[in-house]
Write a protein that binds this ligand. Sequence first.
Ligand code: SAM
Length: 395
Amino acid sequence: MSQPRVVLKAGREKPVLAGHPWVFSGAIARIDGMPADGDTIDVTDGRGEFLARGLLNRRSQIVVRLFTRDPDEDLTPALLHRRIAAAQTRREGVLPRDTDAYRVVFSESDGLPGLIVDRYGDVLAVQCSTLGLQRRKADVVAALRATLDPVAIVERPDAETMTREGLTIPASPLHGEVPPSVEISEYGLTFTVDLLGGQKTGFFLDQRENRRRVATYCGDARVLNCFAYTGAFGVYAAAAGATQVINVDTSVEALRLAERQMVGNGYASAGDEYRVGDVFQVLREYRERDERFDVIILDPPKFAHNAEGVLRATRGYKDINLLALQLLNPNGILATFSCSGLISADLFQKVVFGASADAGRPAQIIERLTQAPDHPVLLSFPESEYLKGLICRAL
Ligand SMILES: C[S@@+](CC[C@H](N)C(=O)[O-])C[C@H]1O[C@@H](n2cnc3c(N)ncnc32)[C@H](O)[C@@H]1O
């Protein structure tokens, strides 16, 4: 029986040679041998020349996720250990001192496709989003314990990627006694991370630097924090001297925590509001009531989940941005984000421009924002850039 390997179609080896870590089904000429999904597998060109090695999953559109272009390297416990330790070392240069919550491993960008590791103080929250990594979970946990010495590790599967890989895994402890929540420090502010029930792995670490940037416009401002989750942007705004912060989200639990965090940080004020509601409707209500704000933050969840959903997503972004621009005082600030990887920064800017034109409200871009540096973008893998933001001044 021939050696298991994935043989690419002629001409389809170029992205692999350029360092792109994904092999889609359409690039594959044939799969030799009888490899099982979850196995490591060699990828070759049509002449049988070794190109790279990765994890196989025929149930996914991304059939192979590459982890090395070195024929002598395999996904051993030693390699996991080495790559996690290297990722941790790289984080040391980019994090603020008074912060103990950050992304230690960002999947492909750190050479470990499918592995996300977020550190919340002494606890790690982990996503193993490929079948191959699920099979090697014990090795991943051993490598994390040896390199980062956490008191506990919790698995927080990402629903979207799990479905793509044909997996269903609940949140579960992988090591130690996992507390339901943990206190973290970010730029000296304190936040509670819900380790078992919170969204993502519990906290939106990717917005850390953006929260800080947006706060600089919030002194003496009436701030509307839309899609607030646990109110982190709102706490930063209050710390910067906002006169009123209104947090809006559909999640009651998230807003309850938002209020506790405002109190915990010593910034609760009588005028603050925690509104459970749909931002699309709440913004319309404010428009009907002729309300005005100095700063509006729009940080919605991912609107585009696949290529077919991009048009619909752009309509959603345009709608909320248009409404927000109409609600701003002269020279008011719109801090607007998209975390849809499929919406490029260029397209997002065009959508916000469309919103500004239709609202009859000219605006200036005064800052362009992206994901925090512990979520690095691999140049050979532009898909790793997903978060984009604009701070605009409505004229
Ligand atoms: C990307 S998160 C926001 C993260 C937050 N800005 C932070 O820094 O922690 C998106 C939030 O939008 C909320 N959400 C989703 N759809 C919504 C809607 N239509 N109206 C209000 N909130 C919504 C979710 O519950 C979630 O908390």
